[in-house]
Design a protein around this ligand. Structure first.
Ligand code: 13P
Length: 339
């Protein structure tokens, strides 16, 4: 493990005003996004869509790295130039999703375990050779009146820790993502309790696995009301409860925190990040974004799969990237959404 190299990659990924674009949807997930615009899910369509995002002029001012799916890491643009080369030229760091998805967790009805550890060392070696300098592994934690079980939290955080140690061995910064889902009618207090349990298990497991905390990025959910909860916490409350929980549970040595958007609207995801920076001026870790849907939703809608609307798609993507960049300085306002 090259500790200074890992810490330096982590630092570049959370450079001031910059965040990550999560564009690592599996074929099935990108297919669902294409369904919303009536587009067939072909390799060419996936290439064209992602090429539009990756070649948006000026985006590298706000985007430090992009999380890719295996196909995209190996893919070339329409001009025959590999996407990785294009990113490297623009100063954007390529990353790779390495988990193989969440499967049913035996003996734990309604819960899932993320797979992909077998053979991971060799896959990481190949990904490094292909240009990836960071990776992502997502654990999924369902919330109900009785879930999650301790079994689920222990199994998933153990897998995250083993993944993180393997990444660091191979010179790759692991993004460690324990996602407590927003789905359900649970309150923000329940989300806070479950997220706290998940983070406590996670950092115990990371320590046991000898993971160097300066060389990881944590990708958490915010502390937020369940989607179907009748009482939706306001922006200030989400910001306040998220940061206060993290101050209690996330070690100061962690290289950075990059939030997932998890089904929040694009505007709310930006407003929440902004409010955290407005309310907390001095934090132990850089606080940024690693949004998928919240960065892409307006772009895919504006593009609609039409070559004639590529510029509109790029404009929509650049706008969200810029607004999230402003949120990193606490300088975002709702008025910026117009225009
Ligand atoms: P969302 O921001 O859409 O949650 O996606 C981020 C991500 O990478 C989830 O694994």
């Amino acid at each position: 493990m090259n500790a200074p190299e890992l810490a330096s990659t982590a630092l570049s990924l959370v450079a001031p005003g910059k965040g990550l674009l999560a564009a690592d949807e599996s074929h099935a997930t990108i297919g669902k996004r294409f369904d919303t615009i009536g587009l067939a899910n072909s390799e060419t369509a996936r290439r064209d869509y992602r090429e539009m995002l990756f070649t948006t002029p000026g985006a590298s001012e706000y985007i430090s790295g992009v999380i890719l799916y295996d196909e995209t890491l190996r893919q070339k643009g329409a001009d025959g130039v590999p996407f990785v080369t294009k990113m490297q030229k623009a100063g954007v760091i390529p990353g790779i999703k390495v988990d193989l998805g969440a499967k049913d967790l035996a003996a734990c009805p309604g819960e899932q375990i993320t797979e992909g550890l077998d053979g991971l060392r060799d896959r990481l070696k190949e990904y490094y050779a292909l240009g990836a300098r960071f990776a992502k592994w997502r654990a999924v934690i369902n919330v109900s009146a009785t879930l999650p079980s301790e079994t689920c939290l222990i199994a998933n955080t153990e897998a995250l820790a083993r993944y993180a140690a393997l990444c660091q061995e191979q010179g790759i910064v692991p993004i460690v993502e324990p996602e407590v889902l927003m789905d359900g009618s649970h309150s923000i207090s329940r989300c806070e309790e479950v997220t706290g349990r998940a983070l406590t298990h996670l950092f115990n497991k990371l320590r046991e696995a000898r993971v160097q905390l300066e060389g990881i990025l944590l990708k958490p959910n915010m502390v937020i009301s369940g989607k179907l909860c009748k009482e939706q916490a306001d922006v200030q409350t989400v910001a306040d409860r998220t940061i206060r929980l993290f101050l209690r549970t996330v070690p100061a040595a962690v290289g950075g925190i990059v939030f997932l958007s998890g089904g929040q609207s694009d505007e709310l995801a930006t407003a929440h990040l902004n409010a955290m920076h407005v309310q907390f001026k001095s934090l132990p870790w850089p606080l940024s974004f690693s949004y998928g849907r919240a960065l892409q939703a307006p772009a895919i809608k504006a593009w609609a799969g039409k070559p004639s609307q590529v510029e509109a798609g790029r404009k929509a993507f650049a706008k969200r990237a810029q607004l999230n960049s402003a949120a990193r300085f606490g300088k975002y306002t709702a008025a910026m959404e117009k225009g």
